[in-house]
Design a protein around this ligand. Structure first.
Ligand SMILES: [Ca+2]
Ligand SMILES: [Ca+2]
Ligand SMILES: [Ca+2]
Length: 601
C-alpha cells in the first residue's frame, strides 16, 4: 500500500483503515453482520459475574426456591451467597458496557448450579456459576431461556458479542465416597489403585481387561473409593448420563500436582472422566447446543489444565465447526490455564489445540511493574515469549490480557496491598497506567467489571466479587475506591472515562489492535517502556511509550528509518523525527504517550 500521499489525522486514518477492513471482510462473508467479521484481537472484552452486576428482576432472586439461604442460596449480605443480579440486569446495562468501549461480554457461567454446597457450617452458594448440575438450562437465579435470548439478541443488535464461560472438567459436588463422610477423601493414584483392582493392587479383580481405552469394560466404579449419589440427588444432573458415577474419576481430592491435577476432585467437585468417549461426545453435544440455540460468539473455558489434551483436541475443533455451521466465522475459544509461565500456557495452543489462553504472564508482570516497581524490561521478556504460542506473535494477538479477576483479585487491590500509604492521585495514575498497558499491548484486553468504577477489594475470590449495585456486604462497603466514591454505574468515574478514551483510540487505529510489536526500549529499573506496533508489509507505525517511574523522562527512541511526520494520539509527541530513525519524547511520571506516523514522507 502506498501511503506517501496520506497525511490525515490519526483518528480519520484509523476510520479509513477500519472501513476498508470491514469492506474486505464483507466481500468474503456476504450476509455476515459486521460484528461477526471482527477478529478476537479487535475485541475489548468485559468480564462480569451476572450475580454481582445488576438486579433486573427481583422475582428471580431466590431462583424460585422456598426456604432459607441454605436452600435457595440468596443472602445479599454475605459475599459467598447469591445477591440478586441476573441476565435482565446485564441487558439493561448494555449501554453502560458499550459506552466503556467493550465490544464483547464474557459472563461467568450462567448454567444451573447446585444452589448451596459445603459441609455444615461451611456452606456457600453457587453464585459464581462453577457448580453446574444442569448444563442445558439457565440458572433460575439468573433468569430463563427467554431472558438469555433477549440478552444475546440485544447485544448482537448493538454489534456486541457474547462469550460464555463453560466448564467441562467437573460438575457440582454430588457424588460422595462411602469411606469419607466428611467429604475429604485424599487422592488415590492410578498406580496404587489401578482401575482393574478393587481398593488397591492386592484387591479383587474388577473391570477385567480394561486397558485405558476400551471403556465398555470399565463398569465397576469402586477401584479407588466407593462412590455413590446421595438419596434425593439421583437425577439432579442434566443431561441424565451425568448422573452415572462411571463417567467420573472418583479418586478423591486433587493436590493440584502431578496426576491428581488431571484426575482429582477440586474440593469435592465431581471430576469428569474426560478420557471417556461418552463424556467427550456428551460435552460436545451440550455446548454445541448452546451455540445452535443462542448464536454465542465464543467460550472462555474454565480449568482447562485439569483436563487431558485428547479431550480438547476433539472438543475445540467441534465447537469451531459448530460455530461455522451457524455462520459465526470468528468464534473465540480461550482457556484458563492458571500459570504465569508462557511455556506452560502456550502448550495448550500447541498440543491441546486451543486458539488462545488467558494471558496470566501478562497479568502477573504488569501488576509487578505497576504495583511493585518491577522494571518494565520484564514485560519485554513476556512479549519475547510470544514465539512459544501456536502462530507465534500473530497467534499471541488473540490472547485475552487482563489485570485481575474473580479468583485472584483486582488491580486496585494489588496496588493497595503493595503500597498501602499511596495517595489517591498516585493510586489512580497507577491503575490507569496498568489499563493503558493492557489496552495498547498485543492481545484482547479483558476488563474486569467494577475496575472501571475504581473497585479495589481486600483480596481474591469473594473479596473481589463486589456488587455493582448498592451493596449490603459490609466488607465491600469499606473498600477504598480508585478515583473516589461514585454513584453506582457512573459513566463519569475517572477510570470509566479513561478506559473509554483508550478504547476509542484502539478502535480508531488498527495498528493498536492488529499490529505486531517491536520493543524499542525497556528500562531495567522503573522507567520507560517503548513499543512500536506495525502491520507487516504496510507503512506506518504507532509508538506507545509508558513511563513507570514517578519522575518525567525525556529520551530518544528508535523508530522506522523512513522519514515521516508524527502526530499525537495521546499526550505530546514530536511532529517529526529528531534525527533519522530517532524521535525524542518526554513522558510525564506514571503516564504514557501514543505517537503515530503514516510512514514515508
Ligand atoms: Ca434478580
Ligand atoms: Ca479433571
Ligand atoms: Ca464429589
Amino acid at each position: 500500500m502506498t501511503t506517501s500521499s496520506r497525511r490525515v489525522p490519526s483518528i480519520a486514518r484509523g476510520l479509513t483503515l477500519g472501513l476498508m477492513t470491514t469492506l474486505l471482510a464483507s466481500t468474503a462473508l456476504a450476509q455476515t453482520p459486521d460484528y461477526r467479521a471482527r477478529l478476537p484481537q479487535d475485541e475489548v472484552i468485559y468480564f462480569l459475574m451476572p450475580d454481582r452486576f445488576d438486579n433486573g428482576d427481583a422475582s428471580n432472586d431466590t431462583g424460585g426456591m422456598s426456604g432459607g439461604r441454605l436452600d435457595h442460596g440468596f443472602d445479599p449480605t454475605h459475599e459467598g451467597f447469591y445477591h440478586g443480579g441476573d441476565l435482565a440486569g446485564v441487558e439493561r446495562r448494555l449501554d453502560y458496557i458499550q459506552g466503556l468501549g467493550a465490544t464483547a461480554i464474557w459472563m461467568a457461567p450462567i448454567f444451573k448450579n447446585k444452589p448451596v454446597q459445603g459441609e455444615p457450617g461451611r456452606e456457600f452458594a453457587g453464585s459464581h456459576g462453577y457448580w453446574i448440575t444442569d448444563f442445558t438450562r439457565v440458572d433460575p437465579h439468573f433468569g430463563d431461556e427467554a431472558a438469555m435470548r433477549a440478552l444475546v439478541e440485544a447485544a448482537h443488535a448493538r454489534g456486541m458479542k457474547v462469550y460464555l464461560d463453560i466448564v467441562a472438567n467437573h460438575t457440582a459436588d454430588v457424588i460422595r465416597y462411602r469411606e469419607c463422610p466428611a467429604n475429604d477423601c485424599a487422592y488415590r493414584s492410578r498406580a496404587d489403585y489401578p482401575f482393574t483392582r478393587r481398593g488397591g493392587v492386592d484387591g479383587e479383580v474388577i473391570n477385567n481387561g480394561f486397558n485405558g481405552r476400551n471403556f465398555d469394560r470399565l463398569t465397576d466404579t469402586d477401584y479407588a473409593w466407593t462412590p455413590y449419589v446421595p438419596a434425593g440427588e439421583e437425577t439432579v444432573k442434566v443431561p441424565a448420563w451425568l448422573n452415572d458415577p462411571a463417567y467420573y474419576h472418583n479418586r478423591g481430592d486433587t493436590t493440584f500436582r502431578g496426576e491428581s491435577s488431571l484426575d482429582g476432585d477440586f474440593a469435592g467437585l465431581d471430576d469428569l472422566m474426560t478420557e471417556h468417549p461418552r463424556v467427550v461426545e456428551g460435552m460436545i453435544e451440550i455446548f454445541g447446543d448452546w451455540i445452535d440455540r443462542y448464536q454465542i460468539d465464543g467460550f472462555r473455558i474454565d480449568t482447562a489444565r485439569h483436563v487431558n489434551p485428547e479431550f480438547w483436541q476433539a472438543f475445540v475443533p467441534a465447537m469451531i465447526a459448530r460455530a461455522e455451521a451457524n455462520g459465526i466465522p470468528n468464534f473465540h475459544i480461550f482457556g484458563e490455564v492458571y500459570d504465569v509461565d508462557p511455556a506452560v500456557t502456550a502448550r495448550f495452543t500447541r498440543v491441546d489445540g486451543y486458539p488462545a489462553v488467558l494471558d496470566f504472564a501478562f497479568q502477573y508482570t504488569v501488576t509487578d511493574i505497576v504495583a511493585r516497581d518491577v522494571p518494565p524490561d520484564r514485560l519485554a521478556r513476556v512479549f519475547a515469549s510470544d514465539a512459544l504460542y501456536q502462530g507465534g506473535e500473530v497467534g499471541a494477538l488473540g490472547l485475552p490480557t487482563f489485570l485481575g479477576n474473580h479468583d485472584m483479585g483486582r488491580i486496585g487491590g494489588f496496588i493497595l496491598t503493595a503500597k498501602p500509604d499511596i495517595s489517591n492521585d498516585e493510586l489512580l495514575q497507577r491503575a490507569t497506567l496498568a489499563h493503558a498497558m493492557m489496552m495498547f499491548s498485543r492481545g484482547a484486553p479483558t476488563l474486569y467489571y467494577g475496575d472501571e468504577q475504581g473497585f479495589s477489594g481486600d483480596g481474591g475470590y469473594g473479596s473481589a466479587r463486589q456488587d455493582m449495585f448498592e451493596t449490603q456486604v459490609a466488607s465491600y462497603r469499606d473498600d477504598r475506591i480508585v478515583g473516589g466514591a461514585q454513584p453506582t454505574f457512573s459513566t463519569e468515574a475517572p477510570l470509566y472515562r479513561a478506559i473509554a478514551a483508550m478504547a476509542r483510540l484502539r478502535q480508531a487505529d488498527v495498528r493498536l489492535r492488529r499490529g505486531l510489536q517491536t520493543v524499542r526500549f525497556a528500562a531495567e529499573a522503573p522507567g520507560l517502556l517503548a513499543v512500536s506496533r506495525r502491520i507487516p508489509d504496510t507503512a506506518g507505525e504507532t509508538l506507545i511509550v509508558y513511563n513507570t517511574s514517578t519522575a518525567p523522562i525525556t529520551a530518544n527512541i528508535e523508530v522506522d528509518a523512513a522519514p515521516a511526520d508524527w502526530s499525537s494520539s495521546r499526550g505530546d509527541c514530536p511532529t517529526s523525527a529528531t534525527a533519522p530513525a530517532s524521535i525524542r519524547v518526554t513522558v510525564p511520571a506514571l503516564d504514557y504517550l501514543i505517537c503515530s506516523s503514516e510512514g514515508v514522507r
